[in-house]
Design a protein around this ligand. Structure first.
Ligand SMILES: NC(=O)c1ccc[n+]([C@@H]2O[C@H](COP(=O)([O-])OP(=O)(O)OC[C@H]3O[C@@H](n4cnc5c(N)ncnc54)[C@H](O)[C@@H]3O)[C@@H](O)[C@H]2O)c1
Length: 339
């Protein structure tokens, strides 16, 4: 049994988290969830969007499954997600984006992994009002963070049998920050001496155009923080939207698994959100437990859950966002029936 922190989060978070817990229990996943809180709900209950007890629990157990947390736009508290990633030094976000069986989209054969640097860039959180009517936002790049991120990315590509890593950047304009990002990526690629993985670079605006023309030409994307955030959602659109893209935030000591989507206030409380992205994140978490703790039961449970949701999708049992009519819990039950 593995002790894992569960953070339901805000908006649709508790609804999709409940659906995932239902599937995990039915699959007898070797996981014991410990519920902790973060986000708007935690602010009301504990006076802090990221209570110390939540961070302590993740540090203690090493692994968490997290629902989305709301961040007010243009006012209010700073992002829980940014704070969480920085506090635990979760320096890589991994977002696999693949077509799913039964989910028809404009593209077929998409198999992209977005790797996003998670700790710096424009998400440094350093903004200043210089004088009235003039504000600045500081983009930070450090050699240490750029190098460890790129090192992790090339290692990941090699271990997963990926063929190509593409760094997207704007080093023509941001010569120092994006320039550093590229120099570090090149240095790490050279140091890794990979024979089976190629490395190339693209200016991000042209890269976006090439992505939408033919996403099947891309493999692993190596991106600084803001570009990774934006490109993840762009790529989600290739395979059915935000309801089907999982993610992991990985550091040397801890890992937090969460969907790419946010708290979706437009559909929160209606019971219609697709729980698949968080369920897929849960499957990534089980595979991570299998990899890092050598527990074969985690791997086999991950496989069973994956086969079950693939079968549900193939049978056309989907939520509204994928053209179906199932509620969040009805989709969970459709997966449970197929376990
Ligand atoms: N990791 C996180 O916690 C995270 C990530 C992104 C955004 N956010 C926060 O979420 C809030 C809302 O952000 P947003 O509206 O820009 O993005 P969002 O991802 O919440 O929603 C974008 C669109 O996708 C739909 N959608 C998202 N997830 C879905 C699901 N599982 N099933 C069906 N449809 C789904 C929504 O209904 C909405 O139309 C903001 O406060 C933002 O800061 C949090």
């Amino acid at each position: 049994m593995h002790d894992v922190v569960l953070i339901p989060g805000d908006g649709i978070g508790p609804e999709v988290a409940m659906a995932v817990v239902r599937v995990f229990e039915a699959a007898e996943a070797p996981v014991r969830f410990h519920e902790r809180h973060a986000g708007e709900g935690a602010l009301e209950a504990y006076g802090d969007v990221l209570p110390p007890a939540t961070l302590e629990a993740i540090r203690e157990h090493g692994v968490a499954l997290k629902g989305p947390c709301t961040t007010p736009v243009g006012r209010g508290f700073s992002s829980v997600n940014v704070r969480l990633r920085k506090s635990l030094d979760l320096y890589v976000a991994v977002r696999p984006i693949r077509n799913l069986p039964g989910v028809k989209t404009r593209y077929e054969g998409v198999d992209i992994v977005v790797l996003r640097e998670n700790t710096e860039g424009l998400y440094s959180g350093i903004e200043n009002e210089v004088t009235e009517g003039v504000v600045t936002s500081l983009k930070v790049a450090t050699e240490k963070a750029c190098r460890r991120f790129a090192r992790w990315g090339f290692k990941y590509a090699q271990e997963r049998g990926r063929k190509r890593v593409t760094a997207m950047h704007k080093a023509n304009i941001m010569k120092l920050t994006d320039g550093m990002f590229l120099r570090c990526a090149r240095a790490e690629y050279e140091a890794a001496a990979l024979t089976s993985v190629t490395y190339d670079e693209m200016i991000i605006d042209a890269g976006c155009m090439k992505l939408v023309q033919d996403p099947t030409r891309f493999d692993v994307l190596l991106l600084e923080n803001l570009y990774g955030d934006v490109i993840s959602d762009l790529c989600a659109g290739f395979v059915g939207g935000l309801g089907v893209v999982p993610g992991a935030n990985i550091g040397d000591d801890c890992a937090v698994f969460e969907a790419v989507h946010g708290s979706a206030p437009d559909i929160a409380g209606k019971g219609v959100a697709n729980p698949l992205a968080l369920l897929m994140s849960g499957v990534m978490m089980l595979n991570h437990l299998a990899d890092t703790r050598g527990d074969a039961a985690c791997r086999s449970t991950a496989e069973r859950i994956k086969h079950a949701y693939d079968a549900a999708l193939t049978d056309g049992r989907t939520t509204r966002d994928l053209g179906g009519s199932l509620s969040t819990m009805e989709f969970a039950e459709a997966v449970v029936e197929r376990l």
